[in-house]
Ligand binder design. Sequence first.
Ligand code: ADP
Ligand code: MG
Length: 236
Amino acid sequence: MAGDEILVRAVGAHKVYNSGIVRVHALRGVDLQIRQGEMVAVMGPSGCGKTTLLNCLSGLDDLTEGEVFIEDVPLNKMSDRAKTRYRALRMGFIFQSYNLLPVLSAAENVELPLLVAGVVPKDARVRAGEFLTAVGLSDFGHHKPSELSAGQQQRVAVARALANRPAIVWADEPTGNLDSDTSAQIMQLLHEMNRGNRQTFVVVTHDPAIGAYADRILRMKNGQIVEEVTPDRVGA
Ligand SMILES: Nc1ncnc2c1ncn2[C@@H]1O[C@H](COP(=O)(O)OP(=O)(O)O)[C@@H](O)[C@H]1O
Ligand SMILES: [Mg+2]
């Protein structure tokens, strides 16, 4: 079960995009707390602000108003450099479109963020192998992304996100391009990692079947969290 320690906190979060003449108020006063070890699903219709929320919580983008605290440190007090470093060391990212580098092998894709975080190459290679094994791809390390199925590519992306043993993993519609069986496998994998390593997961999804894996579901509508649900899971 999730601990009591608050890992991520948003207070009065607003985000306004100003692109020329169009002004979009994408987050309209979001308050939330995410505890260490929790798996939180963020659900809601297209355009309601899910990706914006993830980007602002993880420091990829800045709020217009309000504050985000990560491990009690206000993100807006961190320099860009410090944020980048913090992300490399403490965060993992999984995207709908995998975002693997096509010229690198599966193993090299997993190694890359480790090298960025300062792991020595020999150790990065070993750890990439371990994580590819954990996602069921021990025999595919030398394959390029184009030689892998969609589900296998997303497994590589999961291995890449987790190899640095991040405190928190952000996943934006990680199963959006996958069929329902493959989606279930990926979610099972994330669930195991969440339970096994007490890592915190924040997963944006459209899929109610995926929400069922979460400890909590935050429902968004029009830039706000309008409902918080704890799914019933007998025996979970
Ligand atoms: N970079 C951007 N510039 C301007 N508007 C944006 C930008 N990104 C998102 N938006 C707008 O902000 C709103 C929320 O978008 P988004 O966070 O992507 O929603 P979701 O992920 O829930 O589909 C939408 O109206 C979208 O068009
Ligand atoms: Mg989105």
